[in-house]
Each structure stands twice: as C-alpha cells, then as structure tokens.
Design a protein around this ligand. Structure first.
Ligand code: SF4
Length: 359
C-alpha cells in the first residue's frame, strides 16, 4: 500500500520517496488559468478519491453556492435524420434506431414547451436540432422563437450544429444567451467517434459563437470506450480555450441500441465522479452540468457528483431523445440533499456576467 504524506500547510500531496507532485498550487486555489498541461490534469485524476473530491468542493465553494443548482430543460426541436455519424447518437441517419426523422417544430409548439419548462422550475430553455448546420431560412424561424422564449423571462440556449459567423451574429442579435457545441472527447479519440465533422470545425464554430458575444456551453461525453488519457485530453482542450465555457456539460454515455457504441464496456461511476471533480478544478468559474446518464445513476452517485462540483442538471423526462429522471424524483433527491433550484430570473450574485449561481 502506498503511503501518502499530506503537507496541510501548502496543500500539496506527496508520495513518500517520490518526486513532488506536479499539481500546480493554483489548482487548489481556484485560479482561472488557460495554461494547463496534460501532466497537471492527469495528476489531479491520480489523487486519492477523497483528496480529489474535497479539493473540488473547496474550489467549488470559492465561486458558487454549493446548495444551489441551475436547472435547464432540453427540447428536441428538430429530431433525427442527421447527416453526421456521431457513434453515440440515435439521431444519426447512419444508424438504424427507433428515432425517426421529423421536421422543425412549429414556433407555437416550442413556446408552449418553454412555458411548461418555466412552470416546472427551469431557468434556461435549451433547444436542440439534429442538423450538420442550419440553413439561413431555419435561422429566420429560430430568431422568432428566441425572442418569444426570452419574453417568458428564461435564458435561452440552442444547439444547431456548425454555424457561420453571420448565423452566429443573427442568433446573438435575437438574444440567444448560450450556444452549445460539444467537443465530445480528446483529439486522439475523436476519429473513433465522429468522421463527418472534424474537431477543428467544432472549435471554429465555438470561435464564431464567442465573436458574436454569446456564452459558450461546451463539454463532452465519457464512457465511450476512451481511456483516462482521453478524458484528460478532453478537459485539457476545454480548460485551455481562450475563455472557459460558461457551461460545461459532462455526459455519461447513454447506450442506445442500433448505435455503434451500444454494448461498450460501462465506465466505473467513480471515474465519472472524478471527471466532474477534475473539470470543476480546471475551470473553477464554469457551471459544470451533470448531463446525460443520470437516469442510470443512483441517487448516491448523483450526490457525489454535486459534492464534486456539478451545479446544473437537465430536468424533465426526456433529454433530446433519451430518458432523464422524472421531475418528482429530482425534486425528492434535491430536497433530501438540501439543494435548492436557482431562482428565476437567473441573476448573478454580484451583478457581473458570471454564470448563474456563481459567486
Ligand atoms: S450528436 Fe448531433 S451532430 Fe451528431 S449525429 Fe447526433 S444530432 Fe447529429
């Protein structure tokens, strides 16, 4: 058994007889930095579970109220028939799944859903369309949708695929708060998952979103058969973006029959909790969202994720096409944990442009 010395004064953990840990002091101080190294992120993963989760909680408390959670509702506004080949996705036209291809929902239908989401406690309404990229005529319709949802007093987020700079500008002008575009995984593992869209194309869309002045929602998926080195690589890309995404969704793969990743060996849930904790430390002011995969997690595992620094969830029975815990189950769990939903309208605690719930 390895013995571990703790130097409580400087917070650095050292293995006896081993070299001083490469973990930067800043990692423990909740500093925002964009110069992380692979070795530093890897060293965080390699801390003992107790040490890592405690450190993540301490960083979390520097920037967030640990007993508040931001709740979003996700609606698929255009389902299925997607030309991309993301190996986890039942909406890809490349795979035979139970998901059929539909047209873009009517603006009234979307607005009714947004109203229902608000009544169930969501502060943000996220809309997803299964496109490689939207057409300009789609943007015409979506501008109207964004303006209507904003009038309800909700934050808005969309995920529509790749955007041109002009499309990003139009969405921003309509008032879209967040744009979601995930990097999914590490550069090394990326081609195992997606071949029809490059990681660089994703990063270019993120640049367009930033240039247009919208907030970025960007994260990834774990449990796709990637290695820990790939999880490190994914967090490294996110944490070294010129600005950290305001929202970082961390998804556990939901395996859907008919997709290539169906049957992948399941990831240990404690490794998932570690991923939440490392994300929290690497991007101290970002809202880390415990996203897909909650339905397969125990209450205890979710509680650990919240302790590790996750402070946002999707509510409602469905995500885009896969199941999510019932609202009653979420309410019950949050009550038992003494965690409150972030109130509407979403306000930053200090009047700055911090993400909702940030200190
Ligand atoms: S994840 Fe998005 S881009 Fe990829 S196949 Fe599914 S809907 Fe299309």
């Amino acid at each position: 058994m390895s013995e571990v010395d703790h130097n409580w004064d400087d917070g650095v953990t050292r293995q006896q007889g081993a070299e001083k840990s490469v973990i930067a002091e800043e990692a423990y101080e909740g500093c925002v930095r964009q110069d992380w190294t692979h070795e530093e992120i890897k060293s965080l993963y390699e801390l003992s579970f107790n040490e890592l989760i405690l450190r993540a909680q301490l960083v979390h408390r520097q920037h967030f109220n640990p007993d508040q959670i931001q709740m979003s509702r996700l609606l698929s506004i255009k389902t299925g028939g997607c030309p991309e080949d993301c190996a986890y996705c039942p909406q890809s036209a490349h795979y035979k799944t139970d998901v059929s291809a539909d047209k873009l929902l009517a603006a009234d239908t979307i607005l009714d859903e947004a109203q229902r989401a608000k009544e169930s406690g969501a502060s943000r309404f996220c809309m997803g369309a299964a496109w490689r990229s939207p057409k300009d005529r789609d943007i015409d319709e979506l501008v109207e949708v964004i303006e209507s949802v904003k009038r309800l007093g909700m934050e808005t987020c969309m995920t529509l695929g790749m955007l041109s700079p002009e499309q990003a500008e139009r969405l921003a002008k309509a008032g879209l708060d967040y744009y979601n575009h995930n990097i999914d995984t590490s550069p090394e593992f990326y081609r195992e998952v997606i071949t029809t869209r490059s990681l660089q194309e994703r990063l270019t869309t993120l640049e367009c979103v930033r240039a247009a002045g919208m907030k970025v929602c960007c994260g990834g998926i774990v449990g796709m058969g990637e290695s820990r080195a790939d999880r490190v690589g994914m967090i490294l890309i996110l944490a070294n973006l010129p600005e950290h995404p305001e929202s970082v969704p961390i998804n556990m793969l939901v395996q859907v029959a008919g997709t290539p990743l169906y049957g992948t060996k399941k990831l240990d849930v404690l490794e998932f909790v570690r991923t939440i904790a490392v994300t929290r430390i690497a991007m101290p002011r970002s809202v880390v969202r415990l996203s897909a995969g909650r339905e397969q997690m125990s209450d205890e595992a979710q509680a650990l994720c919240f302790f590790a620094g996750a402070s946002s969830i999707f509510i409602g029975d469905k995500l885009l096409t896969t199941n999510n815990p019932a609202l009653t189950d979420d309410t019950d769990l949050l009550n038992r944990l003494g965690i409150e939903p972030l109130a509407l309208p979403p306000l930053s605690a200090n009047g700055s442009d911090h993400p909702p719930g940030a200190r």
